[in-house]
Design a binder for this molecule. Structure first.
Ligand code: SF4
Ligand code: SF4
Length: 302
């Protein structure tokens, strides 16, 4: 039986493709973007997260944990020893305030399809469907492929939100079941791409070209991160690449926001862009104009 690790299922989504959609968030990502809105998606395995602000120091979790994996420091901050923790979920159950959570749930294809099929009437009514997102869904290719096939059997519209950092063999194996690729493009300069995402961009650009040459339906998604990729030169290079290499017309530019900053605290991760503020509306309009000069259809927002 094929199973996968899912960290969230969002129903009635209207920003992850056309119509009303169910978005399935896969756990695990090969990138570590500094602005990631879902840092809980990055680690490949399930993990415990702890929200210090919600904790009332009742120590119910500590008492319940048979593995003695939880310890308390003098400042009242709990830490979990990942070597001892078996992810049994007992501490989560014991926590009245939901300060402890397990991120990442093992699910079968049938379990996910049951969730997806609950809203078929809404997809039909709105021209929607299902979007596989993450994390990076291609990291769990077999699970993704099985879900895509199951959706196609039910004639459900499918979208895959990908960072593109996967082998062509993986993309090639799923593409016939994908109605729309939501393809993320961050930076054209390879050194900057490595710095801010942790990986080079060559494979990402090559895969995007290959999908486009195969005639796939692609919506390019560019997060606009002030001080990272919002300079005119990067935008002009992005526009030129999209227009001349890809035969691609649709680009969504997504203004940076930092609403996920609390998640970094819960995961004990450092947020590298704490000084960065969202771009002004005027700058987003200018960026749209820069890209439109390359004969691209540009939309601000998803
Ligand atoms: S998930 Fe289980 S093993 Fe891990 S900290 Fe909680 S109670 Fe202990
Ligand atoms: S059970 Fe929850 S609220 Fe109580 S100490 Fe543990 S994390 Fe804090």
């Amino acid at each position: 039986m094929i199973t996968g690790l899912v960290f969230d299922i969002k129903k009635f989504s209207i920003h992850d493709g056309p119509g009303i959609r169910t978005t399935i968030f896969f756990k695990g990502c090969p990138l570590t973007c500094w602005w990631c809105h879902n840092p809980e998606s990055q680690a490949v395995g399930a993990e415990i997260v702890f929200g210090q602000g919600k904790c009332i120091r009742c120590h119910a979790c500590l008492v319940r944990c048979e593995q003695e994996a939880i310890s308390w420091n003098g400042d009242g901050v709990a830490s979990t020893d990942s070597q001892k923790c078996t992810l049994c979920g007992q501490c989560v159950e014991a926590c009245y305030t939901e300060a402890r959570q397990i991120v990442g749930q093992k699910m079968t294809v049938a379990q996910v399809m049951e969730k997806i099929e609950e809203d078929i009437a809404f997809y039909d009514e709105s021209g929607g469907g299902v979007t596989f997102s993450g994390g990076e869904p291609l990291l769990q290719r077999n699970f993704l492929l099985a879900l895509l096939r199951a959706c196609k059997e039910k004639e459900i519209h499918t979208a895959v939100d990908t960072c593109g950092f996967a082998s062509w063999e993986k993309l090639d194996s799923i593409r016939e079941y994908v109605d729309l690729f939501l393809y993320d493009l961050k930076l054209m300069d390879d050194a900057s791409h490595r710095k801010f995402t942790g990986v080079p961009n060559k494979l990402i650009l090559e895969n995007l070209q290959a999908l486009s040459q195969q005639g796939h339906n692609i919506a390019l998604r560019i997060p606009i991160i002030p001080g990272v990729n919002d300079d005119d030169e990067n935008l002009r290079r992005t526009g030129a690449f999209a227009a001349t290499s890809l035969h691609l017309k649709r680009v969504d530019i997504l203004p940076y926001h930092y609403t996920a900053i609390d998640k970094y605290d819960r995961l004990h991760k450092v947020y590298g862009l704490s000084e960065t503020r969202p771009p002004l509306d005027e700058r987003m309009a200018e960026i749209a104009q820069i890209l439109q000069k390359f004969d691209l259809q540009v939309k601000i927002g998803g």
